[in-house]
Design a protein. Sequence first.
Length: 236
Amino acid sequence: MPPFSSNVLISSTGPGKRGTLWGPAVAPPANAPGAFAALPKAVAQPMTESRLKSALAALDEVLAGPATSFRELRRVLSAALEPLLVDPSPEVGEALAARLESPIAGPPLRGFGGKLQVRPKQIKQWYLLRAIGLIATGGRIPVTMLEAPWRETPNQPEKYFHPLPAALWAVSQLGQRDPATIGALVTRLGAPGEPAWLDGDRVGALSAITGKHFGYDRAAWRRWWATQPGGQGTPR
């Protein structure tokens, strides 16, 4: 890794397949040479009831409407969600979460030069989950999304719009730590036939919502979960 504020940071693989970072014990002050400046925070703009109703109606029209192309669907989804992202309120997050299971039909669309084929429902769910995670307040990710099997066919650009990775990220952003959510994540660790990076997403979500750092040690996660309220009581 490159030097940071005249100090060298070294990353390595630690015990139990966990990552280790070697470097200064105390972070440098914010104005130290080489320190990163904090990014400015966006100013929240609460929406009036009428504006919120209008923005949600426009989003519903996009969700229910036909998809003419992969690129166009992504464009109209981004445009419909943008007005809602300036109001990080629980009401907006809940409204978006309520639309995750909206009935969405349509034939698969091709993107990335025809190398990727994806159903409109997956694209729409992915964008909704991204918006929920960005708002990070209100709403709940359905446990059924976290339990969904991974049946995606590998593609050359390695781009996937399956809702599972977006759902895992949104869970971590929301801090959704109820027993059903944690149980679903722990149970699915090491699921056969799934890519290794997907376990990484689960580990990241578990670490964020539980504060535990067992890394890729699946047995440790299961032993810990078995001792928690709502756990199964028997490590597997």
